[in-house]
Design a binder for this molecule. Structure first.
Ligand code: ZN
Ligand code: ZN
Ligand code: ZN
Length: 368
């Protein structure tokens, strides 16, 4: 069921208000999540400049290659375009659209090749990061976005339930990773971003690169995977065990991580600072004596990007608010032995309470 098309014009008006608030003249957005959020236009980055210019009055113009105009008009029919032919200078075109005083906010992931040439075309301007303007908007998900995130998480939950039915022992991490990617697509994802399958000692590396290790009976296996459904991302982690003979320390560590994750949930509510979730999860692991082995922050925001604001990390006092969606993902990593991580996406609801978007079982599942 397709969600209603968001009002990109309303979003651009709010972005323009932020520009005025920050004394900025314009937002310059090359392909990426900010461009998609504010216009609906999605396109791969290439050496030809595509740049949405939004000025402080909210006037938006898409500077794009002439031959891509049909694609742009199909995706964002309400947007005016300034196209450039192969022999024209697109940077001068961008510069001509900027009026009024103030700095320019450029997409955080703009290529240096574009950034340096924009600086050359606009030598009097100072440059800032677009996220200073867009994070405020994108952090608070509207109803359609919440729905999209929920559907992505539910799809990932179904993929997890199905991977438990597959054999693990004797197969490589890469094979399990390929299964997960297929299951995500089969359950509705249109993009697969990553499938981390970290077995045995590899589980101690939180961002292990899924490889050729052959999974054996007795292994713990960290499964962390996600992708995109209608642009919005999923990201889930469960740790499973191959065979029923679970070592007591594996059992204990899994239980600690599970309680740490529940403590994170318990502390997440509107008004609580983002760092409180990290502190709550970390306290459980610290008290159990494994504090030195929880080596990353507790979570990250999620939306059109897999990692975005707010970050649940010590020092981030930003209060959680209705509409914020983020991961809660504590872990314990024992080098040379094994690792355990449990991750869900959660959202702060309109009543200020935390609502889990992933509902897949948290138990230490046994696989064959
Ligand atoms: Zn074991
Ligand atoms: Zn993850
Ligand atoms: Zn994550």
């Amino acid at each position: 069921m397709p969600t209603e098309r968001p009002s990109f014009g309303d979003r651009r008006s709010r972005a323009a208000a932020k520009l005025r608030e920050h004394d900025l003249a314009a937002l310059l957005l090359t392909p990426g999540a900010d461009l998609r959020y504010l216009s609906g236009y999605q396109i791969f980055a290439s050496e030809r400049l595509t740049c949405l210019v939004i000025d402080r009055e909210g006037t938006a113009t898409l500077v794009c290659p002439e031959f891509e105009a049909p694609r742009a008009s199909a995706a964002a029919p309400d947007l005016s375009r300034a196209t450039w032919s192969e022999t024209e200078d697109p940077y001068a075109r961008v510069a001509s659209l900027i009026r009024g005083a103030g700095g320019l906010a450029v997409a955080d992931q703009m290529w240096a090749a574009f950034m340096l040439r924009l600086e050359g075309a606009l030598p009097e301007r100072t440059f800032r990061l677009a996220s200073e303007v867009t994070r405020e908007l994108r952090m608070r998900k509207d109803a359609g976005e919440r729905d999209a995130l929920r559907r992505a998480s539910e799809s990932a939950d179904r993929a997890y339930a199905r991977i438990l039915e597959r054999p693990f022992a004797g197969r490589t991490e890469r094979e399990i990773g390929a299964d997960l990617a297929n299951l995500l697509r089969d359950e509705g994802h249109d993009e697969v971003d990553f499938t981390i399958v970290a077995s045995g000692p590899n589980g101690a590396s939180p961002h292990h690169e899924t490889g050729e290790r052959r999974i054996a009976d007795g292994d713990t296996v960290v499964l962390d995977f996600g992708g995109g459904l209608g642009g919005y991302r999923s990201d889930i982690t469960r740790t499973v065990h191959v065979g029923r003979a679970i070592d007591p320390e594996e059992r204990r560590v899994h239980d600690i991580v599970r309680r740490a994750q529940e403590a994170g949930y318990d502390s997440a509510r509107a008004g609580a600072p983002a760092e409180a979730v990290d502190a709550a999860s970390r306290a459980v692991i610290d008290e159990a004596g494994y504090g030195a082995f929880f080596i990353h922050r507790t979570g990250h925001g999620i939306g059109l990007d897999g990692h975005e604001h707010p970050y649940l990390v010590r020092g981030n006092r930003e209060p959680l608010e209705p509409g914020m969606a983020f991961s809660i993902e504590p872990g314990i990593y024992l080098a040379g032995r094994f690792g355990v991580r449990i991750e869900d996406i959660a959202i702060i609801d309109d009543d200020g309470a935390v609502l889990p978007l992933n509902r897949a079982d948290h138990a230490f599942a046994t696989v064959g």
